[in-house]
Design a protein around this ligand. Structure first.
Ligand code: FE
Length: 231
């Protein structure tokens, strides 16, 4: 098996959100989501069994899916992709709306959203695939949906080990350039001086040592002390 073959499958970048019977809400980044049928309109999402969002969808049988725009900052993706709703409220300071079922829908950086009720689910080893029938959907602004490839190639984002598409080959080991690259030990984001971190105010060509100490990892929010030289 060549795991690189799997890298040729296309995905999007979404936030899947849900609520439980006690009103607890959470959301997470999901890349494995797709429309399954049009009549009735259904979508499927693959969610890691260890994630809080999985627990919430199982409890309430509802979820929403927000389609993220290409301009979505890495920090926003990191908030929903590399943190746990068990230890912090990911929705703090984030624009959401609640639909009739109470299910939260993330509106920030969102082009369109779909809200669904679970009509079936499939046990898939580490993940559950939830099949949802759409109960509400809307386009809320014009934009270009971010693809998973764009996230990696242009935004230079990384993949958490809990994602359905995580491959061990994504672990560190890329060759160093002229300027030393540094890797975040929390999320494996690699700071490349040639690219800088424009979202975080760091111009291309800035060596890691020249970055202000207030700077944090654009993906997971870890501070500079969490970075090690990339071998
Ligand atoms: Fe990080």
């Amino acid at each position: 098996m060549d795991p690189n073959a799997l890298h040729n499958i296309s995905y999007g970048m979404y936030i899947v959100a849900s609520i439980d019977g006690k009103g607890r809400c959470n959301g997470q980044i999901a890349n494995a989501a797709m429309q399954i049928t049009s009549e009735p309109a259904t979508i499927a999402v693959s969610i890691n069994k260890n994630n809080l969002t999985h627990e919430l969808i199982n409890s309430s049988g509802v979820f929403s899916l927000s389609v993220l725009d290409e301009s979505t900052p890495l920090a926003f993706i990191g908030r929903f992709g590399f943190r746990s709703g068990r230890t912090e409220d990911k929705f703090k300071g984030v624009n959401i709306k609640k639909i009739d079922s109470g299910c939260p829908v993330v509106l920030d950086n969102t082009i369109a959203y779909l809200a669904a009720k679970v009509v079936n689910k499939f046990d898939c080893f580490s993940h559950t695939v939830f099949l949802g029938e759409i109960v509400e959907s809307a386009v809320i602004r014009s934009g270009k949906p971010m693809t998973y490839d764009y996230y990696h190639q242009v935004k230079r984002g990384t993949t958490p080990a809990s994602a359905p598409t995580f491959l061990k080959s994504e672990m560190p080991g890329r060759k160093a350039d002229v300027m030393q690259k540094y890797r975040c030990v929390v999320c494996n984001y690699v700071y490349d001086p040639a690219a800088g971190d424009p979202d975080g105010g760091i111009q291309p060509g800035t060596p890691f040592e020249k970055i202000p100490d207030t700077w944090v990892c654009p993906v997971c929010g870890a501070d500079k002390s969490q970075f090690v030289k990339e071998e």
